[in-house]
Ligand binder design. Sequence first.
Ligand code: 6PG
Length: 261
Amino acid sequence: MAQPVNGDAHVHGDAETAALAAAARFVEIGQGAIDERGRFCVALAGGATPARMYEILAAARGRALDWKRVHVFFGDERCVPPDHPSSNYATTRRGLLDRIELEQRRVHRIEGELQPPERAAERYESMLRTFFGATEAGPPTACTFDLVLLGVGEDAHTASLFPGSQALTEERRWAMHTQAPGGVEPRDRITLTLPVINAARRVMFLVSGGNKSRVIRPLLAGLGDPGWPAAMVQCAGRTEWHVDEAAAGLADRVRVHGPNP
Ligand code: 6PG
């Protein structure tokens, strides 16, 4: 049974317009959460794709979003120190967090440097439970992010949930230690679990590049492999996809300019 893409798919001409659209939606969703609930709790994505979107958000600074009402979390982190070049926290600090007025107490990073990695996952989960007012036994559905921003890897992984990982069947824990496939460094990761991602009010995927079309094209057509982690994101709220034509597999489309023949 194919997993239909859950939500709205927006295909943009190129990575820049996809990043601009995603940044605009980020602000709309954020300000809506602030207007409704007085705060915006967002889990940011790692990897390279969101960098341009973060730059756009940083350039708009407080003109677009009341960052004093925002709490920033992370969908996943590599098990490296917070100043390591591979750290999602370090990347996000450079691109966004250090360029806006956001108090450090509102940035809730994953302590990827902790060893063993399970301790980092436990500490992150404990912080989430405290923040969202859940007990030690509270279900993942108590972790209600207003938005979880996600990317997708060439193997259809998302956050640090990789194909075939036992973490894909986790129903109780909110955060886990996982490992990327052999050869992918840093291997050790900390990730939100699927039940937490799916409990979000909204999920937004931002994907660009022809190297992703092998998975994005079927996903958007509702033909994604049910075992693909990105296909297992079935958010209780709304999911939206912002992809460029290359990722959607449309970049080879013949463009006809001018009046129709
Ligand atoms: C990470 C991300 C991961 C990322 C995808 C896409 O820590 O790497 O959480 O899920 O979103 O791998 O990465 P790119 O945007 O670099 O292609």
